[in-house]
Ligand binder design. Structure first.
Ligand SMILES: Cc1ncc(COP(=O)(O)O)c(C=O)c1O
Length: 408
């Protein structure tokens, strides 16, 4: 087998090698049943117990209160663009039965390609109207998703009694992230929210890499697991229990009917086993959670947050050095850079290809930016170690020095 590459891909992405080896064993023999995980019934007592363990680990690690259910489903983040709208519209119908669709307002904060896509899906589904609370392109000199709007610019205009208030914590494509410390100008403006806000957060690309600020104040948090936690296939939902509503009753009262598998009520009533779940993805995610627990205990999120801050700081430092020498150019504003996905351009004709060729020659993979924005994207999920980051940073500096020597 060739040496394993240093995989800086944006997702699916690197997983801990020790977990992959363990998973190999589980593929042949799950929990001493003599049956592999990809072959065993999801209704077997062994799998049901395993699923409960996964839920319990997420609850402990993220400190999810009992007011919230943890549900498992498929369809990725994209299916949730629709599911959050349909479930929250049903809830709004339950609470305010007499309103017209124009009066059912869905507040969207747009800071990048993923929240933009989610907004478009809400508009497409109808049943309510979309209010754009803030659009970060308005705060960009180039009209790009290159920043998180500051609280100070009066950037956020929330509605009264909205169906939902939607944001994406980390924009994987554009490389901007709400600051994780409250009080920071580019954190999510929790303090501006009306009381009892039905807040929905897409945490797909930073899930299980840090404590979620004000988790208990969210109506829904969702994440596909394929960045920090496991293989693609599983979506984790953290849903406040008052948002799990009788969607059929709501439909009788005029709400959009909801496909059964998309309704949070169906998932909750069947302990996420209404239909066959993504067994393998649940299994490997469970192994990763166990490893986090073993390594760092119940405070693992704080530990991963510290690691993540340190890894990204190293890359941003190298990027800054490259900017000073005119070799690199950050794609995002200084105060808005993501700790998970660092994005930048390599200045000069053909230089991007040269930079990428150098990474590949050193067995580093997955560093090209998303096809919609180009450039370089360095994804620094949990399974990327500090020493792997150092290998990349050493190369970045070597590249900067070589390029600036040529330019002189
Ligand atoms: C922040 C974010 N939201 C949503 C999605 C869509 O997820 P999926 O491809 O699982 O549908 C992605 C995918 O990378 C993402 O990064």
């Amino acid at each position: 087998m060739p040496a394993r590459a240093l995989n800086f891909g944006a997702g699916p992405s690197a997983l801990p090698e020790s977990v992959l080896r363990q998973a190999g064993e589980g593929l042949l023999n799950f929990q001493d049943t003599g049956i592999g995980i990809a072959e065993i019934s999801h209704r077997s007592k062994e799998f049901k117990t395993y699923l409960q363990g996964v839920e319990s680990d997420i609850r402990k690690l993220l400190k999810v209160p009992n007011s919230h259910a943890i549900l498992f489903t498929q369809g990725g983040g994209s299916a949730q663009f629709s599911a959050v709208v349909l479930n929250m519209l049903a809830r709004h119908h339950e609470r305010y039965p007499a309103l017209e669709p124009e009066q059912r307002v869905m507040d969207y904060v747009i800071t990048g390609s993923w929240s933009d896509k989610a907004t478009k899906e809400a508009r497409r589904l109808g049943g309510g109207t979309v209010n754009v609370v803030a659009d970060s392109r308005k705060f960009s000199a180039q009209g790009k998703f290159d920043n998180i709007p500051s609280h100070k610019n009066d950037a956020y205009k929330f509605s009264k009694n909205p169906v939902l208030i939607y944001y994406c914590a980390n924009e994987t494509v554009d490389g901007v992230e709400f600051a994780r410390e409250e009080g920071n100008e580019t954190s999510f403006p929790f303090h501006l929210l009306p009381e009892d806000s039905p807040l929905v957060g897409d945490y797909s690309s930073s899930f299980m890499s840090h404590p979620i600020p004000r988790l208990q104040n969210h109506a829904i948090i969702y994440a596909g697991v394929q960045k920090n936690l496991g293989p693609a296939g599983l979506t984790v939902l953290i849903v406040r229990k008052d948002c799990i509503v009788d969607v059929d009753k709501a439909a009788q009262n005029g709400a959009i009917p909801i496909p059964l598998c998309t309704a949070y009520r169906t998932l909750a009533d069947h302990q996420s086993l209404y239909n066959t779940p993504p067994v393998l993805s649940i299994y490997i995610s469970g192994l990763v959670l166990r490893q986090m627990m073993l390594e760092f205990g119940e405070d693992a999120m704080e530990k991963y947050a510290a690691l993540s801050a340190s890894k990204s700081a190293k890359v941003y430092d190298a990027l800054k050095r490259g900017e000073q020498k005119g070799v690199f150019k950050s794609k995002v504003r200084n105060d808005s850079g993501s700790q998970m996905n660092v994005v930048f351009d390599v200045v000069g004709e053909g230089k991007l290809d040269q930079f990428i060729a150098g990474t590949e020659a050193r067995n580093m993979k997955g560093l090209r930016g998303h096809r919609s924005v180009g450039g370089v994207r360095v994804s620094l999920y949990n399974a990327i170690s500090e020493s792997q980051v150092q290998t990349l940073v050493d190369y970045m500096i070597e590249f900067v020095e070589a390029e600036s020597a040529v330019a002189q």
